[in-house]
Design a binder for this molecule. Sequence first.
Ligand SMILES: [Zn+2]
Length: 377
Amino acid sequence: MAMAGRKILEAAPVSDQTNAFWHTVKNIFAQPIHDKVVYKNDTDRLLMFPSGGSIRCKTAYDADTMRGDYADVLILDEYSMMKPSAWDEVGAPMLLDNDGDAVFIFTPKRRNHAHSLYVNAVGDDTGRWQAWHFASYENPYLSKAALAEIVRDMTQDAYKQEILAEFLSNEGAVFRNIGACMNASLFVQPAEHLGHDIVIGCDWGKYFDYSVFSVGCATCHREIDRDRSNILDYHVQRQRLETLNLKWRPKIILAESNAMGEPIIETLVRDGLPVRGFATTSSSKPPLIENFMLVLEREEWQFQADIIWTAELEAYERTVSASTSRSSYSAPPGVHDDTVIARALMLRAASTFFGSDTLPVVDDNEGIEDVRKSSWR
Ligand SMILES: [Zn+2]
């Protein structure tokens, strides 16, 4: 590729990795380097080819250490050990104007941002992404004897992650029993739920994430429709929700009211949609998530299976504050939580407005606002 004029940048978070890469490419091009056909700069770890192409490697692990470089082929080596900002803030924009390619290489590190990227690639049907998975045993350059030696002293978890390249559960994983609750039909017609209590949960897209709607039937305890898009235009987001509203005629739409949520909700209310706002705060969020946890543990609802939506559930984490010992919930850095929040809001709407004894009782309406009142204030 470099010989054909492309500019290749390899970045890895530790110098051992970049050194190994640098030594390998220097060896490959030893002859043309010796003949001065390829120019080599050891300080910058740069090879320049007569075509104008180049290969360079640098140690980088976040946006700040990635900045100031140029590439049309970017290799992020050990991406699971980098900060997500290395790609989100610098890598992706770097490739935008030159239609570049990115290659991510990594050993899993539980379900962090690299897992999220992998899952999105596996679930991609646009042809933009491809994903591969290899265990160490498939590496022809690793000696079987050495591998057997290393494996002997490994814990079961380390073996699964480091050798089999499996994605282990996060330490603070919140949602259990997910697999048992993913059996709802994918193609549902409104006629099947005519006269039922339909609810929708909404998480609005912000910078770098998705707007997500989950439609549920509170009568059947089933998710019946979903929408996830990364179109940031609020006008388009609103239209997509209005389409779902026309199709399903929900009784309640519970939508996040934080930040940009409030003005969208006010517009929707004016348009006659049955929207209520939910203000996510440190006190309203834990019961919202715990309600969802219970629903899954008790298998009270069935949801539509989707690799990306399931991955966000699996990655979701609890952290307990050392000082207050209060739980807080969030996705790991670089992992989206939009589908988790949309579903949690959908369930919250169902249990608050159409709750029965079989559903976990929500003791108060914390977080739920009367938007109609507040918009006329
Ligand atoms: Zn129904």
